[in-house]
Design a protein around this ligand. Structure first.
Ligand code: PLZ
Length: 456
C-alpha cells in the first residue's frame, strides 16, 4: 500500500456553514457541466471518507448515515478492500471475463454460492449495477421457464433501466416522462403493516390473497418470475408483515414461478444477518446482490439454482465490465471483513442503540408514526399519528436540520415522508450516538415548530 493518509478523527466537526465556500464553488461548476437530471441530497464535495465520517473539501466532518445508499457497509476506506484493490491494480485492471478469465471472478461466485440461503447446487453471474442484476434475473427466469410475465409489488424499487423502471412502483422521479416501458410486468399488494386498510394483523393473509388474485387474472402459468425486496429500500424501508415472504415462496412454488429475492439494498450484512431473507427463513430460487457486495466498487450478482442459471444459452449473459477484476478484488476484501462476525454483531448493536434513541419519539411527539427496520437498516416514518396522513415536508425539513448540523441522512418512501438510517457497520458508538442525538433533537424541534419556520 502506498497511501500515507492518517485515519480520520471519528467526530463531527463543522469548520464552516454547510455547504462551505469550496463546496459552493465546486457545485456552481458542476451545474455548468453536469446534467441537471441528477438530483442532490446535500451539495458538499467529499475529500475523504473513513468509517463513520465524510470529510468535505472545506474541512467539515459529517456523520455518515447513508453509506452511499447502503454501499460502504465495511467503511469507505476499508483496509482489506483497499489492500486487495491496490494489489489487483498493480497486476491488471481489466480483461473482460468473456474474453480471458481471472480467478477472482470464480472466487466471488464461490463465496456467494456458499453463503446465500439455499441448500442446493448454485451458480453465480456477476455484473456491475443492481439494475443489471435485476434485468438478468428476469432474462434467466424467462429462459429457464419459457414464460414471459413478471410479478412485482407495491412500493417496489428495482432500478432505473427500462425494464427495472417498469418494475419500480414510484412514478416521480423514477418513471415520469420516460415511458413507454416494457410490458408483461404486473403489480401485486405488498404486506405493508402500517397502512394496511383493515389493520396490520390482516396484512399477510389479505396481501397473499391479492397476489393470488393478480396471478389468476393474468394467467399464473405464464409468470416467469416473482421479484421482491425482503425489506423494501427506496419504497420506505417497509418490513413485510410476518409470513408474507414465506407465503410468496409457497405461491411461487405452486405455480412454477421463479422466486427472485432482491437483496441489493438489504443484503450483505446490512440487517444483522448476511441476507435479510434469513430473518424469515425464506429461500429464493435466485438472489440478487450489489451495493455493499464490493464495498464501493461497482459489482452485482445473480446467484441461484444451478439448473436455472445454466438454462441460458452460452453467450446469452455477459457485459464488458461484468465482474470487473478490481470490483471482484474489492468483494474478496468485503468477504474478509465479514468473516469473523463482528460486522453482523455491529449491525445488531446499531439497531439497539438507534431504537433506544428513536422509539421514545413515538409517544413523545405527534409526528412519528413508526420506527422500523432491521439491524443497520432503520427508518422513521413521519405522519399524523391519528390519520396517518404522510408528512413529507416535515421529513425534508428534519433531514435539512440534520444536514445543517453535519449529519447526513436520506429521505425515502413512496410519500417521501421517511428518514432512513444506513450507517456504515464500522461506525463508532460515540459517533452513532452523536448523530442519533442530532436526529432526535431535530425531530423534537420540528414537532414543536410549524414546518414553514423550519425550512431555511
Ligand atoms: N434493487 C432493492 O435498492 C438501488 C437507487 C438510488 P443500481 N437503490 C438505490 C437511485 O436513486 O438511483 C437498488 C435497490 C434495489 C435494485 C436497485 C438498483 O441498483 O445499482 O442503482 O442499478
Amino acid at each position: 500500500m502506498t497511501t500515507s493518509l492518517s485515519p480520520l478523527p471519528q467526530s463531527r466537526h463543522l469548520a464552516t456553514a454547510l455547504p462551505g465556500p469550496k463546496s459552493a464553488l465546486l457545485h456552481s461548476q458542476r451545474v455548468e457541466q453536469v446534467t441537471s437530471g441528477f438530483g442532490i441530497t446535500l451539495p458538499v464535495f467529499i475529500d475523504r471518507a473513513d468509517r463513520g465520517i465524510l470529510q468535505d473539501v472545506d474541512g467539515n466532518r459529517l456523520v455518515d448515515f447513508a453509506s452511499g445508499i447502503a454501499v460502504t457497509s465495511v467503511g469507505a476506506a476499508n483496509p482489506q478492500v483497499r489492500a486487495r484493490v491496490a494489489e489487483q491494480l498493480e497486476r491488471f485492471t481489466h480483461t473482460c471475463f468473456m474474453v480471458t478469465e481471472y480467478e477472482s471472478f470464480t472466487e466471488v461466485a464461490a463465496w456467494l454460492n456458499k453463503h446465500t440461503p439455499g441448500d442446493f447446487e448454485k451458480r453465480t453471474a456477476l455484473f456491475s449495477t443492481g439494475s443489471e442484476a435485476v434485468e438478468n434475473a428476469v432474462k434467466i427466469a424467462r429462459a429457464a421457464t419459457g414464460r414471459q410475465k413478471v410479478l412485482v409489488f407495491d412500493d417496489a424499487y428495482h432500478g432505473r433501466t427500462m425494464l427495472t423502471m417498469a418494475m419500480t412502483a414510484k412514478e416521480n422521479p423514477y418513471k415520469k416522462n420516460f415511458g413507454p416501458f416494457p410490458t408483461d410486468v404486473y403489480r401485486a399488494p405488498m404486506a405493508a403493516p402500517l397502512r394496511w386498510s383493515t389493520g396490520a394483523h390482516n396484512a399477510t393473509a389479505e396481501a397473499l390473497a391479492g397476489v393470488e388474485q393478480t396471478l389468476a387474472e393474468h394467467d399464473a402459468e405464464n409468470f416467469a418470475a416473482m421479484v421482491i425486496e425482503p425489506i423494501q429500500g427506496e419504497g420506505g424501508f417497509i418490513v413485510p408483515s410476518s409470513g408474507f415472504l414465506t407465503g410468496l415462496r409457497q405461491i411461487a412454488t405452486r405455480h412454477g414461478i421463479v422466486f427472485v429475492i432482491d437483496e441489493i439494498q438489504a443484503g450483505m450484512g446490512r440487517t444483522g444477518a448476511l441476507f435479510a431473507s434469513e430473518h424469515e427463513g425464506v429461500v429464493g430460487d435466485l438472489i440478487l446482490t450489489a451495493k455493499a457486495l464490493a464495498g464501493g466498487l461497482p459489482l452485482s450478482a445473480v446467484t441461484g439454482r444451478a439448473e436455472l442459471m445454466n438454462a441460458v444459452h452460452t453467450g446469452g449473459l455477459g457485459g464488458t465490465y461484468a465482474g470487473n477484476p478490481l470490483a471482484c478484488a474489492a468483494a474478496l476484501g468485503v468477504f474478509e471483513a465479514f468473516a469473523d462476525g463482528t460486522l453482523l454483531a455491529n449491525a445488531r448493536a446499531i439497531e439497539a442503540t438507534a431504537r433506544a434513541a428513536l422509539e421514545p419519539l413515538l409517544t413523545g411527539t405527534a409526528i412519528v408514526a413508526e420506527v422500523r427496520g432491521r439491524g443497520a437498516m432503520l427508518a422513521v416514518e413521519f405522519a399524523d399519528q391519528d390519520t396517518l396522513e404522510p408528512l413529507p415536508d416535515l421529513a425534508k425539513a428534519i433531514a435539512q436540520r440534520c444536514h445543517e448540523q453535519g449529519v447526513l441522512v436520506l429521505v425515502c418512501g413512496t410519500y417521501g415522508n421517511v428518514i432512513r438510517l444506513l450507517p456504515p457497520l464500522v461506525i463508532g458508538e460515540e459517533l452513532l450516538a452523536d448523530g442519533l442525538q442530532v436526529l432526535a433533537e431535530s425531530i423534537l424541534a420540528a414537532d414543536r415548530e410549524p414546518v414553514a419556520a423550519v425550512v431555511v
